[in-house]
Design a protein around this ligand. Sequence first.
Ligand SMILES: Cc1cc2nc3c(=O)[nH]c(=O)nc-3n(C[C@H](O)[C@H](O)[C@H](O)COP(=O)(O)OP(=O)(O)OC[C@H]3O[C@@H](n4cnc5c(N)ncnc54)[C@H](O)[C@@H]3O)c2cc1C
Length: 362
Amino acid sequence: MKSHYRAVVIGGGVIGASTLYHLAKMGWNDIVLVEKIEYTSGSTWHAAGLLPLFNMSYSVGKIHKYSVDLYQSLEAETGQQVSFHKTGNLRLARNQERMDEYKRYCGTASTIGVPFQMIGPAEIKKLWPFAKVDDLVGALYHPDDGHVAPVDVTMALLKGARANGAETYSEVEVTSMAQKPNDEWVVSTNKGDITCDVVISCTGNYARETGRMVGLELPVVPVEHQFIVTGPIPELVEYNRSGNPEMAVLRESDSSYYMRQEADGLILGPYEKGAPCWGLDGVPEGFGQELLPPDLERLLPHIIAAGERVPIFETAGIKDHINGPIAYTPDGNPMVGPAWGLRNFWLSEGHSFGITAAGGSG
Ligand SMILES: Cc1cc2nc3c(=O)[nH]c(=O)nc-3n(C[C@H](O)[C@H](O)[C@H](O)COP(=O)(O)OP(=O)(O)OC[C@H]3O[C@@H](n4cnc5c(N)ncnc54)[C@H](O)[C@@H]3O)c2cc1C
């Protein structure tokens, strides 16, 4: 590692990796990314990898669309697989109000060029033969949606950045930062000081700690998010054995969960109301890549709702239960851009849909 670079990116999750990749592609090759533990060791490694294109905002929708397009080209560019599964995404509507919300969204989707279809229960059944559809009004279907392997996407972005001249180092922790009178930053790390023109902070759950190094109070707190993975389900084993395509990601807004196929099983990811914050006084000393203790009790309303929609889910055994922290801002939107009150210091913090947003925000 050198002692001077044009830019230092802090954080080796998917957001830092994409920031570095895009800077390098724009010709900024005297740049470095530093990661205190191992690349992807923050929220990125345990994400479910979904890439929801649905968003009522034009700008966020464009950011997400860019990511989905980029991830499909990364393997050809870098040689690193990203396991892009273009399964499509089904957003169910149990009532007309929900359908009207989707209709309002259609204007946004058409303007930014995201393909979609409004479909009825019979078409939903064709796309998701295991779902009960008798109480549904319809669904919004995104054929280009799907999921990726978050670790592989991050590694591909880092590889692409390095191929364009960037450097990356793991086990380098930023411990403090100070700005010189000539506006250069001195970034102090456990492996020595780096002087640079520009700093970009992409530190996920550590955003508040990083912000405080430069006098910023960033409104970002980690919040627990859980998902469960079932073991093989006989009906799905048979479905796959018969050569059927992977089913679309299923989202039920009225019960607040997503479900997708994972080989011969299913993943259920509930969006819990009032999910607890974690590490409010800072990420605990020594916390690395660990998961948080799972709490199945909290998920019960979502599990019951999912079982009513997809009866084969009800009978499945739970194989894995993931609970990890995600950085959240009060309005759910990330902070991307120059930091207020500072010169040459940029933020890409507070990403709660970071796998989906990384490409575009980079
Ligand atoms: C269970 C779960 C499921 C999820 N599923 C999805 C999903 O399906 N789709 C989706 O879009 N999003 C999903 N997310 C959210 C997604 O994982 C995050 O939004 C995303 O990973 C954030 O990336 P990041 O790079 O900002 O943060 P992180 O991945 O946390 O990376 C930040 C990095 O900065 C490093 N760092 C911090 N401080 C320093 C320092 N001082 N010096 C050096 N390095 C430092 C950390 O070690 C860390 O590696 C999920 C999250 C969880 C927990």
